[in-house]
Design a protein around this ligand. Structure first.
Ligand code: AMP
Ligand code: ZN
Length: 455
């Protein structure tokens, strides 16, 4: 089986070839921990999780590093705007350190709820200041930097192929506003000592003065520390490509003097009804717990994301989530029906599934193969064994499904309701349905009686 991935760098689908046979170095840009992750952010992390699981399905060993941006970076992608961490601290009347700790934990909890496999290494920007300083020194020695207005800048005119990641799109997407400190308008800060943020709490001594690193630097410094000066795959949401990833490449290739990353993968946005990208800075965003309040389990959101290719925009709607919830419930019911121990994996179906998801992570097709297996004439135990293999990629928690034990109180009310229905006492029946709902169960009518499910 050949694993095919769309590479932003070459703008085409390519067979995946790791640098070291059988091993993959994977770096994914993590969150800025000044607020909860919204479900748009989480779409990107689900995509990266699927990528990792598909690599594992293809018998590759993956070393995955994810950063936590816990040092202030700016609300705009250029060096303009407000410091995000300070904004969070002001909003919550906490220190930036407290804000970072709280939202890092909240983010990691969200990943768990979505069955996202933890990276092998979490790398916090504030734990790697020394590495970032040393990278600036290397760039300085090689003539890529200049000091201006108290800050240290990367001189993009010294990079021989600056902007290659997004090529022609670059000019249109990466417009930056004028900054008198910069020699070229695409230059970016490596180290701030003087900036508009006098109240910046996070500051470190450095050969360039007391200050703090620019945002792009942490990923270059930490990726090379844990994955080496060349590695296989680097990912993020598509908004990161024109500036953040472009600048990561410029710094890293400048410092190491060779090609840095072979495959760049970017996911499209979760968009709101109005066609707008969901964003954290707007303050109007949905989190996993808001979805929970609306009655959607985190894995319903995961299923919803799997239904669209990561390279297409995904339109948020509650109706679509309701459909995903129904499909997932149907899947879980079927799984509980066929659950057995001694089945054999169907090689034919596993191949169809592997081919689908290895074609640039075609999860919609993977889900279709899953439903095909459920409707096939395979033995139940074989269907079950086959679907568990698929779930190593889908991550829908099929293995841990258990039949819910229905409390006797709920069964008693359900029987009373059935009797009320049989004697056409509809108002009483509705009241009993409400009571059952109040105990956390939904009741439906079937040919032979009723069906109870956890609400
Ligand atoms: P941030 O915490 O802002 O650095 O973003 C974390 C990740 O979420 C990045 O990979 C972003 O590209 C991604 N992202 C931000 N907004 C969206 C969105 N609406 N849909 C999908 N991914 C997004
Ligand atoms: Zn990054």
């Amino acid at each position: 089986m050949v694993l095919i991935l769309y590479n932003t760098l070459t703008r085409k689908k390519e067979p995946f070839k790791p640098i070291v046979k059988g091993n993959v170095g994977l770096y994914t840009c993590g969150p800025t921990v000044y607020h909860y992750a919204h479900i748009g952010n989480l779409r990107s992390f689900i995509f990266e999780d699927v990528l990792k699981r598909v690599l594992l399905l293809n018998k590759l060993k993956v070393k995955h590093v994810m950063n936590i941006t816990d040092v202030g970076h700016l609300t705009s992608d250029s060096d303009e705007g407000e410091d995000k961490m300070l904004k969070g601290a002001r909003r919550e009347k906490k220190t930036v350190w407290e804000v970072a700790e709280f939202y890092t934990k909240a983010f990691q909890d969200d990943l768990k709820k979505l069955n996202i496999i933890s990276p092998n290494k979490w790398a916090k920007a504030t734990d790697h200041i020394k590495e970032q300083i040393s990278m600036i020194q290397t760039l300085e020695k090689k003539g890529f930097t200049y000091a201006s207005g108290g800050n240290v800048y990367f001189d993009t005119s010294k990079s021989k192929d600056y902007g290659k990641l997004t090529n022609l799109d670059f000019e249109s997407k990466a417009r930056v506003s004028k900054d008198k400190n910069k020699k070229n308008q695409h230059d970016f800060v490596l180290w701030f000592t003087k900036s508009k943020f006098d109240s910046q709490e996070m500051k470190w001594d450095s050969p360039f003065g007391k200050g703090y690193p620019g945002w792009h630097l942490e990923c270059s410094a930490m990726a090379s520390k844990y994955l080496g000066e060349q590695f296989d795959i680097h990912c993020g949401g598509m908004d990161l490509a024109p500036i953040h990833h472009t600048n990561e490449i410029a710094q890293s290739e400048g410092a190491f003097g060779k090609k840095w990353v072979n495959y760049w993968l970017h996911s499209e946005f979760l968009v709101l009804k109005k066609g707008e990208k969901m964003s954290k800075s707007s303050g109007d965003f949905l989190t996993l717990s808001v979805l929970g309040e609306k009655g959607f389990d985190p894995l319903v959101y995961r299923y919803f994301c799997l239904g669209t290719s990561y390279r297409n925009p995904l339109m948020y709607s509650e109706d679509a989530l309701v459909s995903s919830g129904n499909a997932l419930r149907k899947l879980y019911d079927k799984i509980l029906e066929i659950k057995g121990t001694s089945g054999k994996v169907s090689k034919k179906h596993l191949k169809s599934f592997t081919d689908a998801v290895s074609d640039d992570l075609n999860t919609p097709k993977g889900l279709a193969v899953m439903w095909e297996v459920l409707g096939s004439n395979l033995k139940d135990a074989d269907k079950y064994a086959t679907l568990l293999e698929f779930d190593s990629v889908l991550g829908l928690g099929l293995k841990s499904l258990k039949k819910e034990k229905i409390p006797t109180e709920v069964v008693k009310l359900a029987k009373e309701r059935l009797a009320a229905r049989n004697s056409k006492e509809w108002a009483k029946s509705d009241k009993l349905r409400e009571k059952i709902r109040g105990l956390g169960w939904d009741i439906g009518d079937t040919k032979d009686g009723y069906d109870l499910r956890k609400a």
